[in-house]
Design a protein around this ligand. Structure first.
Ligand code: F6P
Length: 534
């Protein structure tokens, strides 16, 4: 049995430091605070100075990391051990981005050759589609790509496709994830089947939503071009080659990956095919190199917790969740192109660390992963920032910003960044009561509200990769402190099973469902489902 981190003296030492923290006073008494609480990882500047912690708290949290032995946990992952114990799998998304010639041992085998040969096939295919060497059944160039997938087989490529808008010079990509027919309709309306390539992305090739959507899109294609066209238009990205073949995908058009790549960690695998087609293999490779750069930063600083930027970020999360009672973390990129990043992080963080049983199968006694949410700034300022500034909840915020716009004008970009800096400052330093003002009490900003600011020169493919890896490793370290398995996701299974039974009942009307509340809803649904919408 592993020891419980909360019963260690290191944990008690952090607890003894919980007390009132006054950010303005901390800055006043410590002229080096802004500098000393800022880390650099690759191109990312990570300023943690406006968080509710002192040097003592930070040092005590570093001791918690040592006590939890997060370094050994990291090394076990990097050695390719089966650290995803409940599924008996290694966890090696880091191997997807190691450079050529660097061995990557996973489950006792060097997988670097497999990884680079898969990357080579991906790059060739992407180039063929982009250049028009690979054509449609009617001999035309593909103008559009539809990626069908959900969860990790959608959120990563969809987020990155938006994030790298300025680098796209290939066919337009569209993403179908929801089994709601409105999603397929909205995407397919306006697309020409004769010029559309379809990628079915599913690690398992059994996910109900993806399979139903793949069938629907195949019908659309067959209706437009005939059954013989399927081979030229459908490709699959999966670890289940056999199921992809049974669906009708040509074996040469199946891009594989491995069970040691978790769905939410799969952007760097062939799951990124749509992105590689859109931005080209060179930019895709730059994104992988950005991820690797952060992997290496973590490797180098694994024994120095406070020099390890993702670990510092993770320790802040532990501090807020377990000592200050925060239940959520907001992520607010001041970049329209990164607006889907919070949704991507929701799966990465909440599917990884939303656990209440530890590695030994015991109920955890601590809060684990926070609720992650957010959206692009400045839009959020005109929606939920009221609560951040004057509400009653403690919500640590991650602001993400860039020195330069990747295109567009620097002047409006300056206005955007002024808002980021202003929000972080106003949250931390607030505005005191000024009795002279009408409604004075309503105009008080209490301040002392925490935020981390992550800045980078520009939202390039490399920087995007760095951001993704930064958060991946923060999630890893949080899970390592809490002693949970961040790489399984059993919590999504029950809903799938139940939906299957209910699906049957919706069709045949026989009572498969025993609970009266659900039964009543189903009866209402069955009596209304054929009525036309008024
Ligand atoms: O939601 C559960 C989940 O298994 C995710 O972890 C995964 O990313 C998603 O479903 C999609 O799975 P697949 O790629 O196998 O279709």
């Amino acid at each position: 049995m592993n020891e419980r981190i909360e019963s260690t003296p290191e944990w008690a030492a952090v607890r003894s430091l919980v007390g009132s923290i006054d950010l303005p006073a901390l800055f006043e008494s410590d002229s080096r605070r802004a500098e000393d609480f800022t880390l650099q990882v690759g191109d990312l500047l990570v300023d943690t100075s406006k968080n509710l912690w002192t040097r003592e708290v930070r040092a005590a949290l570093a001791e918690v990391a040592r006590r939890a032995d997060v370094a050994s946990a990291w090394r076990r992952m990097r050695d390719g051990d089966a650290v995803n114990e409940s599924e008996n799998r290694a966890v090696a998304h880091w191997a997807l981005r190691s450079p050529t010639g660097t061995p990557a041992i996973v489950a006792g085998r060097d997988v670097s050759g497999d990884v680079h040969s898969a990357l080579g096939s991906l790059a060739r295919f992407a180039d063929d589609v982009r250049s028009g060497r690979r054509t449609s059944a009617t001999g035309q160039r593909f103008s559009d790509v539809v990626n069908i997938g959900i969860g990790g087989s959608d959120l990563g490529p969809a987020m990155a496709y938006d994030a790298l808008r300025a680098f796209r010079d290939g066919p337009h990509c569209h993403f179908v994830s929801n089994v709601d027919p409105a999603n397929t309709r909205a995407v397919l309306d306006g697309l020409d089947p004769a010029r559309t390539l379809v990628i079915v992305s599913s690690k398992t090739f059994t996910t109900a939503e993806t399979m139903a959507n793949a069938v629907a899109v195949r019908e659309w294609l067959v209706e437009g071009l005939g059954a013989d066209a399927v081979g030229a238009h459908f490709v699959a990205v999966t670890t289940n080659t056999r199921a992809a073949g049974a669906f009708g995908v040509d074996p040469d058009a199946v891009f594989g990956f491995w069970d040691w790549v978790g769905g939410r960690y799969s952007l760097a695998s062939a799951i990124g095919l749509s992105l590689a087609i859109a931005v080209g293999p060179v930019a895709f490779g730059e994104m992988l190199a950005g991820m690797h750069l952060v992997d290496e930063h973590v490797n180098r600083s694994i024994d120095e917790p406070l020099a390890n930027a993702p670990l510092v970020h993770a320790l802040l999360s532990v501090w807020y969740s377990n000592f200050l009672g925060a239940e959520t973390r907001a992520v607010v990129p001041y970049a329209h192109d990164l607006r889907r990043f919070p949704a991507y992080l929701q799966q990465l963080d909440m599917e990884s660390n939303g656990k209440s049983v530890d590695r030994d199968g015991r109920l955890v006694a601590l809060s684990t992963g926070p609720i992650v949410w957010g959206g692009a700034g400045t839009d959020g300022q005109h929606a939920y920032f009221q609560l951040l500034h004057q509400g009653t909840h403690l919500v640590p915020v991650d602001f993400i910003g860039f020195a330069r716009p990747v295109d567009g004008d620097q002047e409006r970009h300056d206005a955007l960044m002024a808002n980021l800096f202003a929000q972080s400052q106003a949250l931390a330093f607030g505005r005191p009561l000024d009795e002279a003002l009408p409604n004075a009490r309503h105009r008080v900003f209490p301040g002392n509200r925490p935020s981390t600011v992550i800045m980078a020169p520009a939202l390039t493919p490399s920087v995007l990769g760095q951001l993704v890896a930064f958060y991946e490793h923060s999630v890893f370290f949080q899970g390592a402190v809490w002693g949970i398995n961040s790489f399984d996701q059993w919590g999504v299974e029950l809903g799938k099973d139940v939906a299957h039974g209910i699906g049957q009942e919706l069709v045949d009307g026989r009572h498969h469902v025993s609970d009266p509340a659900t039964r009543r809803l189903i009866e209402w649904y069955r009596s209304h489902r054929h009525r036309s919408v008024e």
